[in-house]
Design a binder for this molecule. Structure first.
Ligand code: SF4
Length: 194
């Protein structure tokens, strides 16, 4: 977070989280050959590239796109909802895996076996809408002994949960998680493509 990064946003998502802020990515977009995506990415001369959505892994060729980005030398990450098997993701890619909380309305879509295929450098992310979500996430981390295995991210839903309030809960519990806010919202509001 905070590093200059090119985002490749793929159209479509099989989920419908209550707090989704990228519903514009459910449809539309532009059909591009993988080579064209690589060309457009290279125009930014980036070091970091993130493939996101929607749910990027729902697109058949996403695995290949991730491999091509790694082969091109970019430090590549993918953001995924956690509802799709991640085994085909290239090992060089950093995976940011959501664990959907009850507040998302989609927590029954979590494919929990994905946790077995994460690497040490990967991240598990909880998007938290209220205190009940926070408690659920804390319990999930304890039940699944996630501490120390991967970096754990807690992100409050923008406009729903006051980040300062969530920070207070984390400090009171001395919870070893990294708090993350949606920096682009603070910088650019809801502007698309940012
Ligand atoms: S998985 Fe992401 S893109 Fe899909 S509905 Fe949920 S928040 Fe939106």
């Amino acid at each position: 977070m905070g590093l200059p990064t090119v985002f490749v946003r793929l159209t479509g998502c099989p989920l419908r989280c209550t707090y989704c802020d990228t519903s514009y990515a459910f449809s539309g977009g532009e059909r591009l050959a993988l080579s064209e995506i690589l060309k457009q990415v290279s125009a930014y001369n980036p070091r970091y590239v993130t493939v996101t959505g929607g749910e990027p892994l729902a697109q058949r060729d996403c695995w290949l796109l991730l491999k091509m980005l790694c082969d091109a030398g970019y430090s590549t990450s993918v953001e995924t909802s956690g509802a799709i098997d991640i085994r085909q993701v290239d090992k060089r890619v950093s995976t940011v895996l959501d664990i959907k909380t009850p507040g998302s309305g989609e927590h029954e879509r979590n494919l929990y076996q994905n946790l077995n295929f994460l690497k040490r450098k990967d991240q598990v992310k909880f998007v938290i809408i209220d205190r009940a979500d926070y408690e659920w996430s804390r319990q999930f981390i304890a039940d699944n002994e996630l501490h120390g295995k991967f970096e754990i991210l807690f992100s409050p839903v923008h406009g729903e949960l006051d980040p300062a309030e969530m920070a207070k809960w984390i400090l009171a519990d001395n919870l070893q998680v990294r708090m993350q806010i949606q920096l682009h919202k603070y910088l650019w509001g809801d502007e698309r493509g940012r």
